[in-house]
Design a protein around this ligand. Structure first.
Ligand SMILES: *Cc1c(COP(=O)(O)O)cnc(C)c1O
Length: 223
């Protein structure tokens, strides 16, 4: 087995089968993605639209691509035709644009609401107040071309496992209050995307249903 294939296989032994593994392939070449694909991996995550577009046409059609990085409004139209899930919806404005681009091609796009859970200012995401305002609005309720499948978050980059654990537990609480108040009868609203190479084990303990892992599979990225 190649390193990439054995890294995936080892990871899969440590992740419950109910948790979906997204292989984060940003900065990595098509050949590395193909190696992972040939070992059975079908879910891949990228954080830049241009890089994703460059790769998509060179790779098998049955890959499910997840966008996990901040998405600019003017780039939405390029990914809406093929993207499996946009995990990084971080504003109402962006969600409206996804909905309108998807309606033009009569698609329904799966989305996660990214929530700001880290202490760092730089990480994108909604506050709970913003989310409640959005989901209570008539405009939100009228959207027919986005399907809200849950929440996503990134913990603070720190070696303090206690802090990371608290942030993930907060994200799980956010998921539960949204679920109870607004999505109770909605079987699509079920995902909590949290956990990366450095913190996926903590995330799974706190209830993650999707982990997004790059470095453990493909090796470290240059800074
Ligand atoms: C890069 C990235 C990951 C994966 O990071 P690793 O530490 O390499 O596993 C996960 N989620 C997001 C949003 C990322 O940008």
């Amino acid at each position: 087995m190649t390193d990439i294939a054995s890294n995936i296989s080892l990871l899969k032994q440590r992740i419950p089968s109910s948790v979906k593994l997204i292989a984060v392939s940003k900065t990595k070449p098509v050949s590395a993605i193909l190696t992972a694909y040939n070992s059975g991996q079908r879910y891949f995550g990228e954080n830049r639209v241009q890089e994703l577009l460059n790769k998509v046409d060179l790779l098998p059609r049955d890959i499910e691509w997840h966008l996990i990085g901040h998405l600019q409004s003017n780039k939405v139209k390029y990914i809406v035709p093929f993207i499996s899930m946009i995990q990084s919806v971080d504003s109402f404005k962006l969600l409206k644009i996804i909905n309108s681009e998807a309606s033009k091609i009569n698609r329904v796009v799966d989305c996660l609401l990214q929530i700001h859970i880290a202490s760092e200012e730089t990480k994108f995401g909604f506050s709970m107040k913003e989310l409640f305002e959005m989901v209570e609005s008539q405009e939100f309720m009228n959207m027919k071309h986005v399907r809200i499948c849950g929440v996503m978050g990134m913990a603070t980059f720190t070696s303090d496992a206690g802090q990371v654990s608290k942030e993930f537990s907060y994200l799980a609480d956010c998921f539960n209050s949204l679920k109870n108040r607004y999505f109770a009868g909605n079987q699509h609203f079920k995902e909590i995307s949290m956990g990366m190479s450095g913190d996926y084990e903590i995330a799974i303990k706190e209830g993650s249903t999707i982990v997004r892992i790059g470095s453990i599979i493909f090796g470290e990225r240059p800074l």
